[in-house]
Design a protein around this ligand. Structure first.
Ligand SMILES: NC(=O)C1=CN([C@@H]2O[C@H](COP(=O)(O)OP(=O)(O)OC[C@H]3O[C@@H](n4cnc5c(N)ncnc54)[C@H](OP(=O)(O)O)[C@@H]3O)[C@@H](O)[C@H]2O)C=CC1
Ligand SMILES: O=C(O)C1=N[C@H](C(=O)O)C[C@H](O)C1
Length: 262
């Protein structure tokens, strides 16, 4: 007898990522879409009718999905996390651009339900982050500059992934404690800086490059996402891993570690 499919609800269904998640869910065996919502009205996506986001509380109560996958904006992600906490539904969110207070609210929801937040669901980015940590540790004193490039519709800058990578670098290199966002005018580099550059152009899916430079050598580590399917697949992997877990705060690394154990 086959197991029940994983029942997934999707918010931000009309957005770039919401559409991609619905399309990946339609193609994935063992996954069924419980419902999809969007703030503004949109036509069905991947064969799924999209309901108004205002109906989320009722839909969570009536459909009882195993997990909700959210790619929207910070304010809505927090509101949806609170709705999930009230309804007892686990939440996977890939939304980025949270202010500190919003992150606190998101974490508060994880007292009631499992919450998995990741700034990037590409497996290659997880590998990039490990490589950057190793390189930063192996090259003390080297200058570090980070450049990210995204499509012209992206709202937050720098990207959530860039902030995660900066956190990694600062963890490993305690001497780097000043993020300098672009440079202009008389702006000589100081040793404690990490330069951060956010480019927005065309339809670039997402690129992150870390440059480590000493006086006689440079090392560049770069990840390029080929399409958004890579994020959607990772988010569904995370959803399958999170459903049924205890309340708590989880990351994508735990999903990948579990793969390694399998
Ligand atoms: N973690 C990861 O791997 C990835 C994360 N992201 C992040 O996901 C988020 C969404 O990205 P993307 O899909 O490109 O963005 P889009 O702008 O294309 O889509 C956002 C969707 O969320 C809805 N939305 C936005 N704000 C609200 C709100 N306040 N209330 C209700 N609905 C809202 C929009 O509805 P409406 O139609 O009404 O505008 C839209 O459908 C961003 O934070 C982005 O950085 C993106 C890619 C990968
Ligand atoms: O908005 C995007 O598109 C992306 N956002 C995420 C981020 O802010 O890091 C991940 C990915 O780079 C695409």
């Amino acid at each position: 007898m086959s197991a029940d499919p994983l029942s997934v609800a999707v918010t931000g269904a009309g957005g770039r990522m919401g559409r991609e998640v619905l399309s990946a869910a339609a193609d994935r065996e063992g996954v069924a879409v419980a419902f999809a919502v969007n703030r503004s009205p949109v036509d069905p996506v991947a064969g799924v009718a999209v309901e108004p986001a205002d109906d989320l509380d009722d839909l969570l109560a009536s459909e009882e999905p195993d997990v909700l996958v959210d790619f929207t904006g910070p304010a809505s992600a927090v509101a949806y996390a609170e709705a999930c906490a009230d309804a007892g539904v686990p939440l996977v969110t890939g939304t980025t651009g949270f202010a500190d207070a919003q992150l606190d609210s998101l974490r508060a929801a994880s007292d009631a339900v499992p919450v998995l937040k990741a700034s990037n669901f590409a497996r290659g980015v997880a590998a990039l982050r490990r490589a950057v940590r190793e390189a930063a540790a192996a090259l003390p004193g080297y200058d570090v500059e980070l450049t990210e490039t995204h499509h012209n519709g992206k709202r937050d800058a720098p990207s959530g992934t860039a902030k995660s990578i900066l956190g990694d670098v600062e963890d490993v290199r305690g001497d780097l404690d000043e993020r300098v966002h672009g440079r202009e005018g008389d702006a000589p580099r100081s040793p404690g800086e990490v330069g951060v550059h956010a480019r927005r152009a065309g339809d670039v899916t997402g690129e992150h490059e870390v440059l480590l430079a000493g006086n006689r050598e440079t090392l560049e580590l770069t990840h390029r996402a080929g399409d958004r399917g890579v994020f959607a697949e990772g988010a569904l992997d995370a959803a399958a891993w999170l459903a049924g877990r205890d309340p708590g705060w989880y990351g994508f690394g735990e999903v990948l570690d579990a793969d390694g154990d399998a």
